[in-house]
Design a protein around this ligand. Structure first.
Ligand SMILES: NC(=O)c1ccc[n+]([C@@H]2O[C@H](COP(=O)([O-])OP(=O)(O)OC[C@H]3O[C@@H](n4cnc5c(N)ncnc54)[C@H](O)[C@@H]3O)[C@@H](O)[C@H]2O)c1
Length: 258
């Protein structure tokens, strides 16, 4: 099977017409691919990123593809910036149906060498951000009596990984957050799930260098890196037909469980 076929978008099989989807960190990488897929399934998408340039570029490129997009620069570690983003979405589109907490960073190092600064930056961007962004959004969803929250975790948060004690702790925390929100908001018809990617071909993993990438590839049973579309397809399931699924963590990792 060719990579092209494997990485095909499943978007047209899921209809999200007139729904509003917010994807954090969607200026590039996995977030951008998720936004494209949600848009292809009919949703209006909010492209949100701390990087103004990629944020605007992605929003205008998706618009050129025929979708409805709104570009909002937002730092997910900053509550004021988040409040402003939610206010803007509500004044433009009046609802939020899907929230994808995707923005994330890595600051890898072995535990003994890791600075407190790198620990905190990763906890703030990958975990506390979900607490801060979900709060105003879930208020909107509660009033609507419907919503889908999808958090982008990582296999590292499930199994741990050398050199990623900060990232593993943040992503494991995100999984706990996902499951608890699922319990607290099920009565309001809001689902909360996590997608845990394995090793996906983006700028984040390209930064590891060819030698490290090849070592990881050897350990992946499906013998290829995932593509952003693999993650987008899983997100689409939770955003679309997966209405009776909540509190789940779906690992999308080519069989790499250790
Ligand atoms: N690439 C992988 O192999 C992989 C594996 C597991 C999990 N993930 C997770 O998937 C998500 C996306 O990763 P990616 O590979 O596309 O990374 P990426 O670095 O290509 O993209 C991350 C995006 O988040 C944005 N961002 C960073 N800090 C932000 C902040 N404070 N506020 C708003 N936006 C911010 C960046 O500007 C960037 O556009 C992350 O949560 C990452 O942890 C990635």
């Amino acid at each position: 099977m060719s990579t092209e076929v494997m990485c095909e978008k499943q978007a047209d099989k899921f209809k999200l017409k007139d729904q509003v989807a917010l994807v954090t960190g969607s200026g590039r990488g996995i977030g951008r691919s998720i936004a494209e897929s949600l848009m292809a399934a009919g949703a209006k998408v909010v492209i949100s990123d701390i990087n103004e340039e990629t944020c605007k570029k992605t929003a205008s490129e998706l618009k050129e593809m025929g979708g409805e997009t709104l570009s909002v620069v937002c730092d997910v570690t900053n509550s004021e910036s988040i409040e402003k983003m939610v206010e803007k979405i509500m004044s433009e589109w009046g609802r939020i149906d899907v929230l994808v907490n995707n923005a994330g960073i890595t600051r890898d190092n072995l535990y003994m060498r890791m600075s407190e600064q790198d620990w905190q930056a990763v906890i703030d961007t990958n975990l506390s951000s979900a607490f801060k962004v979900t709060k105003p959004v879930i208020k909107v969803m509660s009033k609507q009596r419907s919503g889908r929250i999808i958090n982008i975790a990582s296999t590292t948060g499930v199994h741990g990984n050398f050199g990623q004690v900060n990232y593993a702790a943040a992503k494991a925390g995100l999984i706990g957050f996902t499951k608890t929100v699922a319990l607290e908001y099920a009565s309001r018809n809001i689902t909360s799930n996590a997608v845990a990617p394995g090793f996906i071909d983006t700028d984040m993993t390209r930064a590891l260098g060819e030698e490290n990438v090849n070592k990881i590839l050897e350990r992946i049973p499906l013998k290829r890196m995932g593509c952003p579309e693999d993650i987008a397809n899983a997100v689409l399931f939770f955003a679309g037909p997966g209405s009776y699924v909540t509190g789940q963590v779906l690992e999308v990792n080519g069989g790499l469980y250790t």
